[in-house]
Design a protein around this ligand. Structure first.
Ligand code: HEM
Length: 159
């Protein structure tokens, strides 16, 4: 992402935040209409959820100039998303709904450049989260197998 794109994103996000309720509703309506199989993952109140999403994106945007900080934030978000049952393939659906929400919220400002900047930001976030989710899942699997080793070795020793 270049500086001009970061600027475009920051300027446009303000207009999403001032219509946070509408933006959140558009996002989740789109997500659940297009991908109803995703809905059961969401166990809590959607209104508070969309506030959290909009807030999280706002925090990420402030960290676009400090990518190390952003990486840390995404790592902990990724580990929570494993717990929520989110899978890497869900990010494509999330992106479709997220881009549709932006287009609707930013009607007058919407342009090819703005679309590209947002797509790049979404892909950067999604890629980092997916990588972290895969690494955490692999670590958890290895730890489970490690735990099994003493029992097996004990059984082998007794033979
Ligand atoms: C751009 C990527 C994403 C961002 C920034 C994001 C952000 C968030 C935030 C801030 C929360 C609030 C709780 C927390 O902080 O742990 C949350 C919860 C959640 N997210 Fe995401 N998320 C992303 C991608 C996804 C995807 C791809 C899915 C799958 C459909 C998903 C499903 C969920 C679920 C199920 C919850 C918990 C909802 C509940 O408690 O009912 N998220 N997300």
């Amino acid at each position: 992402m270049n500086a001009a794109q970061i600027k475009l994103i920051k300027e446009s996000w303000v207009n999403v935040v001032i219509h946070v309720e509408k933006a959140g509703a558009v996002f989740y309506n789109k997500l659940f209409t297009l991908y109803p199989e995703i809905k059961p993952l969401f166990k809590n109140d959607i209104v508070s959820q969309d506030r959290k999403l909009i807030h999280a994106v706002a925090v990420m945007i402030t960290k676009l100039d400090k990518l190390d900080d952003l990486r840390k934030e995404l790592h902990s978000l990724a580990s929570r998303h494993i717990y929520y049952g989110v899978k890497p393939e869900h990010f494509r659906a999330f992106k479709v709904a997220f881009m549709a929400m932006l287009e609707e919220a930013l009607q007058k400002q919407w342009s090819a450049n703005l679309k590209q900047a947002w797509e790049e930001l979404f892909d950067l976030i999604a890629q980092a989260m997916i990588e972290d989710m895969k690494a955490i899942a692999a670590e958890q699997k290895a730890q489970k197998q490690e735990k099994k080793i003493p029992t097996n070795s004990y059984a082998t020793l007794r033979k």
